[in-house]
Design a protein around this ligand. Structure first.
Ligand SMILES: [Zn+2]
Length: 475
């Protein structure tokens, strides 16, 4: 007897043979896909505790969002045109947040992701991470996991000058502490040791802010940071996840080549040289490309050059501040448009490849492709069902991958299943109270604003030139 049977759907497997069953089933037992195939092959005596009739609907693997930031959902739109947004974000995260902030944001972000069909999410804790302790990360995990999502989160080195002076709040009182680079190494290692695998959906990874040397940092110091981060990822067998920009990949290749592996994910990777493109192809390190990010707007990520050289590229949201969404369906579409536009070639980025970039290819780069990323027997039952019985998706059936990538949006996902557990059904989250998640998020933001004080909030929420051709820079 199966625990769950999804029947009569258009099943898009995203497996290596790109199999699609126009009328297919997926059977689940003990959290795992126990059977998948055309309806004719479903033996009639097979019973299930729960049956989902997916007639006319699309059934596909849960999406993987390979990059986002813990904290960002509560500072969205703040300082949108602030001159130094990164420093603003770091100041907020390091000096004005408490554990409740990280908990409430973690839950809100995961709820947003699950409702858009993301069953696995990756989050760096902070803008570049806040690594002065494990509390922010633990609170983030606690919030996120309430929704049932599979969450890969982590800390590591933050960018910028040392020492850092984070403030920890307890009972409303803030206490400033000094944070040294050595403490970051200790905390990152402790996080992976203590938090990874607390349950099957909680994966603690190593996630430093960048591998590219920062400002005045010496090459020796930057290489030491990278070496320590790579060592922790290797020793504990977890993914290494970070940002990179021009020069960073070559720097890592010269100083810490062990850092560049097929389970290394390098978000942005903008402005890369030809040499760096070759290094990516040689080492298999994957580019986690956020097509809608400011990083990619300001300096281009040479996506097709990387792909043609044999490198790996995954699509991510980089959710959600200051101006993005966890609706990864938007990123799929934008990805196609910007790369087609760049090369004036409307054949680039066909829909099947784009789907892989948010499922199996992302899973591979994170080292979790044996668990998730495609619908195959023996894999975790991470499945989404899309409500295709809507005007913008009908008539549905011909080229289903194209119909979904070109026309679907996050709100069309009606059911999300993770490890065989239905976490959203008919757009209602089942494991948590969505109203409470929203009220907690509102409370956490208003408490953040109180700590920030009126003047800062006024600065961060101002937007001179909102209706002009070009917004003014805010200082
Ligand atoms: Zn990012």
């Amino acid at each position: 007897m199966f625990d769950l049977l999804i029947k009569d759907g258009t099943v898009i497997t995203v497996d290596s043979s790109h199999m699609v069953y126009p009328r297919g089933y997926v059977a689940v037992k003990d959290g795992t896909i126990a059977g998948i195939g055309p309806m004719e092959e479903l033996p009639p005596e097979n019973m299930a505790k729960k049956v989902i009739d997916a007639e006319g609907l699309a059934v596909m693997p849960g999406l993987i969002d390979g990059h986002g930031h813990g904290g960002h959902c509560l500072i969205k739109n703040l300082g949108d045109h602030y001159e130094d947004w990164d420093n603003m974000a770091e100041e907020i995260y390091f000096r004005y947040t408490d554990d409740f902030f990280w908990y409430a944001e973690g839950a809100l972000a995961a709820a947003e992701r699950v409702k858009f069909g993301i069953t696995t999410g990756v989050s760096m804790i902070g803008s570049t991470p806040r690594p002065d302790g494990l509390e922010s990360l633990e609170a983030h995990f606690e919030g996120a996991l309430k929704t049932g999502i599979r969450e890969l989160s982590g800390i590591g080195f933050c960018d910028g000058p040392w020492p850092k002076r984070p403030i920890r709040y307890e009972n409303g009182m803030g206490v400033e502490k000094e944070l040294t680079p050595m403490q970051v190494v200790e905390n990152t290692e402790r996080a992976v040791k203590e938090l990874n695998g607390r349950n099957s959906r909680q994966m603690c990874i190593v996630a430093p802010g960048n591998i590219t040397p920062w400002g005045d940092d010496t090459r020796e110091f930057s290489a030491w940071k990278n070496r320590e981060m790579a060592r922790i990822a290797r020793e504990y067998g977890v993914a290494f996840h970070t940002h990179a920009r021009a020069g960073g990949i070559e720097f890592a290749y010269e100083t810490t080549p062990e850092l560049l592996t097929p389970t290394t994910s390098l978000t942005h990777s903008t402005g890369l040289s030809e040499k760096e493109i070759k290094i990516l192809a040689e080492t298999g390190a994957a580019v986690f490309h956020g097509p809608t990010t400011r990083a990619n707007i300001n300096v281009r990520c040479p996506v097709y050059e990387i792909l043609r050289a044999g490198g790996e590229v995954v699509i991510v949201t980089d959710g959600t501040a200051p101006d993005r969404s966890y609706d990864i369906w938007r990123d799929m579409k934008v990805f196609q448009v910007i790369h087609r536009l760049h090369e004036h070639n409307d054949r680039l980025a066909p829909p099947g490849r784009v789907l892989e970039m948010c499922t199996i290819r992302a899973a591979r780069a994170l080292g979790i492709d044996k668990i998730t990323g495609s619908l195959e027997k023996g894999k975790s039952a991470d499945i989404i069902i899309i409500d295709t019985m809507q005007p913008h998706l009908q008539p549905f059936g011909v080229l289903p991958e194209a119909r979904l990538v070109y026309h679907a949006q996050g709100g069309d996902v009606m059911t999300s299943i993770i490890e065989g557990q239905v976490v959203m059904e008919n757009r209602r989250l089942l494991l948590c109270d969505e109203k409470k998640i929203i009220s907690d998020a509102r409370k956490a933001q208003s408490e953040l604003f109180e700590r920030l004080g009126e003047e800062r909030v006024r600065k961060y929420t101002s937007y001179p030139g909102l209706y002009e051709l070009e917004a003014e820079t805010v200082r």
